[in-house]
Ligand binder design. Structure first.
Ligand SMILES: *[C@@H]1O[C@H](CO)[C@@H](O)[C@H](O)[C@H]1NC(C)=O
Ligand SMILES: *[C@@H]1O[C@H](CO)[C@@H](O)[C@H](O)[C@H]1NC(C)=O
Ligand SMILES: *[C@@H]1O[C@H](CO)[C@@H](O)[C@H](O)[C@H]1NC(C)=O
Ligand SMILES: *[C@@H]1O[C@H](CO)[C@@H](O)[C@H](O)[C@H]1NC(C)=O
Ligand SMILES: *[C@@H]1O[C@H](CO)[C@@H](O)[C@H](O)[C@H]1NC(C)=O
Ligand SMILES: *[C@@H]1O[C@H](CO)[C@@H](O)[C@H](O)[C@H]1NC(C)=O
Length: 489
């Protein structure tokens, strides 16, 4: 029993294969004025509406759709396949592209001849459901395409965002022209057409197998075929079109969707495509005449406003950051450059002059502990507020000259920084802290008399250096246990 059903399946497959071969011979000419009765092969988003309108794409984004004549056609004259030249063929179709927005371009559509009817590896978006990034241009595609391209794509060297192109295996056209027609009524004057105009237009594709001449002509649906084609080029399709091959339409959507419609289609092998009867073609759906969606109308200004506000906020933040680290620098300070610290460095060194970094209150201001960001050197930063700029030059000169003081019992002054209303002095950091802690803190061990005597001698030696031994006389008038510490290093 099992064996029987298996062999009958084989028989069935053979029969269906015969059916396809039989259909090939019949497939030399067809005409569809609307697709209600047409048994097209559809995939992806493609569907035939009850009125007979072929919709290649519905309202989805980033999708593809194909509609093909269900049986492949024999394009080559001889029975042994590609060795023979491609026969003449001719096709005509009426299409309309109805984008999401009347004035914003979405992806276009194409007529194709291909070895496959659903191009499974092709991608949507700008690949138009015909190729993908890897196989675009590969001769093994065996693709002949007439594209109705609504997007200017640099990747495919598009001429504009509204063109008709003849493509072989690749979306880079071998020949392209801005959509339009040569008006026979007006001495062949060129009139452009907008592919995304939502209006029905007719396209004729005629190939002469002998001369290898390919003509692509288009016109508004109510106008008869213009004498002068939009594109006329010579192309040898022998190695391109396989035997047999499918004919059909492909379209895709990107982020902005479109409806791609085909209203009628005729095809003839080795002859001229039968004319379509325009009066009986299905009607396009009534358009909701929304120009741009409310979403765009509302969202776009909000987005722009947010962007403007964001950039303003950023500008303010940058300005604030600048103000935060702003310093006062004058020409006379240039020679003192090496002794100057940047406020930013001191700010980061002290974690923004954090309370926890406070070492004590000096005679003129607060002293903070910090670690310089680059050198990782520990410093003490004294912040002195001063309002007047009077005497500042002299004061800074003094500070810098004091910076040259070197004595083991005198805290080294490393440099300064100046801001509006404030002067910062940077000293060596004394890790043991100040003397007063050892004198008054209960926790610390009581200092021995020997130690105390050493400290007093140290202070005296430091003072002597300042008063007499250094090149300038420096009078220290503020000796306190709270500021004296170097002895305890
Ligand atoms: C073209 O496609 C064929 C079959 O997919 C593949 O073997 C070949 O490597 C491709 N050629 C190039 C240049 O990508
Ligand atoms: C034709 O081109 C002209 C000039 O480039 C333009 O103003 C007009 O809108 C175009 N017409 C259509 C139908 O695209
Ligand atoms: C292409 O158009 C030209 C000019 O109208 C015409 O002479 C030629 O026969 C056409 N070729 C085909 C294949 O239709
Ligand atoms: C057309 O292409 C086929 C296959 O590449 C080649 O054999 C033939 O000679 C070409 N015809 C002409 C006229 O160049
Ligand atoms: C194509 O048509 C011409 C004339 O109509 C005829 O002579 C020729 O045999 C046809 N070719 C094929 C392959 O049917
Ligand atoms: C188009 O179809 C209508 C209605 O069926 C018919 O009356 C008319 O003759 C047809 N026109 C052509 C050119 O076939």
């Amino acid at each position: 029993m099992r064996l029987n059903s298996a062999s009958s399946l084989v028989l069935l497959l053979k029969l269906s294969h015969l059916a396809i071969v039989a259909a090939l011979a019949d497939g030399e000419e067809f005409t569809f004025n609307g697709f209600s009765a047409a048994n097209l092969s559809l995939d992806g988003m493609a569907a035939v509406a009850p009125g007979g309108l072929l919709m290649l794409t519905n309202g989805s984004t980033v999708m593809k759709g194909h509609a093909s004549y269900p049986t492949p056609l024999r394009f080559h004259c001889s029975r042994d396949g590609r060795s023979a030249a491609v026969m003449s063929f001719s096709t005509a179709f009426v299409f309309a592209i109805v984008g999401q927005y009347a004035d914003v371009s979405s992806q276009g559509m194409a007529f194709f001849i291909s070895p496959s009817k659903n191009l499974p590896t092709a991608l949507p978006g700008h690949f138009l459901g015909l190729v993908n990034a890897g196989d675009n241009g590969n001769a093994s595609n065996h693709l002949f395409i007439v594209e109705l391209d609504t997007v200017l794509n640099g990747e495919f060297q598009d001429i504009d965002d509204n063109h008709v192109g003849v493509d072989i295996n690749s979306l880079t056209s071998i020949e392209a022209a801005t959509a339009g027609y040569y008006d026979d009524e007006d001495m062949g004057l060129f009139r452009n057409l907008s592919l995304i105009s939502r209006k029905a237009m007719q396209v004729w594709i005629d190939y002469d197998g002998l001369t290898m001449e390919l003509n692509v002509t288009m016109a508004p649906v109510e106008i008869t075929k213009p004498k002068k084609p939009l594109i006329s080029t010579i192309v040898n399709l022998s190695a391109v079109v396989t035997e047999p091959a499918y004919v059909g339409f492909s379209s895709s959507t990107g982020i902005i969707f479109s409806h791609h419609y085909v209203l009628g289609w005729s095809f003839k092998m080795n002859g001229t495509a039968p004319p379509l009867n325009i009066s009986i073609l299905p009607a396009l759906p009534l358009m909701i005449s929304k120009r741009r969606s409310q979403v765009l109308v509302i969202v776009l200004p909000i987005v722009s406003l947010v962007l403007v506000l964001a950039s303003a906020a950023m500008a303010i933040a940058v300005a604030k950051q600048r103000a935060k680290f702003a310093e006062l620098r004058e020409d006379w300070e240039v020679p003192f450059g090496p002794h100057r610290f940047s406020y930013k460095d001191l700010f980061y060194a002290t974690e923004g002059f954090k309370e926890s970094r406070l070492l004590g209150m000096g005679g003129f201001g607060k002293v903070y502990m910090g670690m310089l960001p680059k050198s990782k050197m520990m410093v003490a930063v004294k912040r002195i507020s001063h309002e007047s700029r009077q005497g500042m030059k002299e004061f800074v000169a003094e500070v810098v000259s004091l910076g040259r003081l070197r004595h083991r019992n005198v805290v080294q002054l490393l440099g300064y920084c100046r801001r509006k209303g404030e002067l910062l002095l940077v000293y060596d950091y004394m890790p043991m802290g100040s003397l007063d802690k050892y004198l008054y803190d209960q926790d610390k061990p009581t200092l021995e008399w020997v130690q105390r005597f050493q400290i007093i001698k140290g202070i005296a030696s430091g003072l002597l250096y300042l008063h007499e031994d250094w090149e300038k006389v420096v009078i220290h008038r503020d000796i306190k246990a709270t500021t004296y510490c170097s002895m305890l290093r």
